[in-house]
Design a protein around this ligand. Structure first.
Ligand code: FES
Length: 88
C-alpha cells in the first residue's frame, strides 16, 4: 500500500496564519498511523502567492489535495479518508 504523504507548510505566510499549531501533526500522525503516513514540514508550497490577499493559509497537502485554512482536525480527517480509500 502506498503511503499517504502529508506536507505541512511552514513558510512565512502559513506560519503566521497558524501553521505553528499544525506542527503537532508531525508528532501526532506517526503516533496514530505509524509508517502508513509520511508527514513533514516543508517550506512555502507556493500556494500563498497565488491569492495572498484572500489567503486561505495555512495550507497542508495530503497527497495531491490541498487543504486550506488547515487545522489538525481537518488534516486528520483527510488522512483518514485517504487511508480508507487506499485499503479498498
Ligand atoms: S507560506 Fe505556505 S504556501 Fe506559501
Amino acid at each position: 500500500m502506498d503511503k499517504v504523504s502529508v506536507k505541512v507548510c511552514l513558510g512565512t505566510t502559513c506560519f503566521v496564519m497558524g501553521s505553528a499549531n499544525l506542527q503537532e501533526l508531525i508528532d501526532l500522525v506517526p503516533r496514530k498511523y505509524g509508517d502508513k503516513v509520511d508527514v513533514s514540514g516543508v517550506p512555502c508550497l507556493g500556494l500563498c502567492a497565488t491569492d495572498w490577499e484572500f489567503s486561505k493559509a495555512p495550507y497542508v497537502k495530503v497527497d495531491n489535495d490541498v487543504i486550506k485554512e488547515a487545522t489538525v482536525e481537518k488534516v486528520m480527517a483527510a488522512v483518514e479518508a485517504k487511508l480508507t480509500k487506499k485499503v479498498k
